[in-house]
Ligand binder design. Sequence first.
Ligand code: KG4
Ligand code: ZN
Length: 336
Amino acid sequence: MWVLAIETSCDDTGAAVVLDGKKILSNVVSSQVPIHQKYGGVVPELASRRHIESIVPIVTEALEKAEVTLREIDGIAVTQGPGLVGSLLVGLSFAKSLSFAAGLPFVGVNHIEAHLSAIFLEEKPPRFPFIGLVVSGGHTSLFRVDGFGKYKRLGQTRDDAAGEAFDKVAKLLGLGYPGGPIIDELSKTGDSKAIRFPRPSLGKDSFDFSFSGLKTAVVNYVKFHPVPVEGYPENLIRNIVSSFQEAVVEVLVKKMLQAAQHQGLKRIVLSGGVAANRRLRERMKEEASVEKIKVYIPSPSFCTDNAAMVGVVGYEYLKRGIRSPLSLNAFSNLPL
Ligand code: KG4
Ligand code: ZN
């Protein structure tokens, strides 16, 4: 089954052609970073306008790269939520129109489920059940995953998402947008033990997260260490971000391992933009191996927003005969 997948939940316009939920024929992502960079974050109105401009060329490019025409496509999968509603509506309206015009079935996909399923694009995916963490700009949620469509949420962030904390700390230090990859890079040469930032845990039995206190600790650190006129020395910046990153990573790793133990599972899956983080990938594998837990993390390009992961989920539902009606709406808070 050839699925054309479309993803426009935030600031990336993505289209992909995926065969049988596994083989990627094309996976095109058009980033809007240059548009939002000067504002230090995504401006929803600009994002949806840009999606409108990009959607036709990006879908066309995905079909061309896959060397298929619409005639060979068996179904369309599109992100329905959660995300920015204006952005979601562009992809969803386009997918519905194409479905109607080409007489193809279409199915709406949950963006969180798509992130959790990105691992199935890899050579050796995990067996069910497993513990799955979605850690992105909008979400930090921990699930027990028993199959496609079978999710039990164990915990989530009570305030900021981990990626949001990365972006806010980078903005505070004037490092640019998006903050995650910048902090990841700077941290390579920073001292992660230089500053002891808090590791919010919310108790041993809770699988919830909280990152706003950690973010405030960075704000306070900066407040009490006034910036000299020539700006912070480069090595201090590296030490601040490296110490901040270490605190986030430590919390994520600890909670995941606790959840695995709690559920008696030996397989864990990381997903979402923050799962592209070098230190998180490294620490997660190190700590899990001590407990003989197997860690699965998609390649970095499948961690950040992309349409191929939407194609994985779309295939699973389309092959079971599940179809969405043309009246399907986008929901910014669509739950999983
Ligand atoms: O999954 P994603 O592309 O979009 C959402 O669904 O939110 O995640 C974007 C988030 C941003 O907050 C970005 O700063 C973060 O993922 N991110 C990273 C890295 N790459 C992206 N955070 C830490 N380290 C990275 N290497
Ligand atoms: Zn995402």
